[in-house]
Design a protein around this ligand. Sequence first.
Ligand code: ZN
Length: 67
Amino acid sequence: MSGWIGGLHIHGLDRGQTPTADYLCTRCGAHKRATGSTDVKTFVATNPAADHSTRCNPATDKPHDAA
Ligand SMILES: [Zn+2]
């Protein structure tokens, strides 16, 4: 995962691998992950970057958005 500076990253799409989607917010450090083709599709469809940006608040004492 070298060079990954945040945002939405999907990997494991090769045959025989388990698809995984990660979203990392570079502003507050929130990290979300979806694993499995169904969950990844749903996760991407929700546009996690836009979804998170509405709740991102790096100034709070809760840097990791658990929602
Ligand atoms: Zn954030």
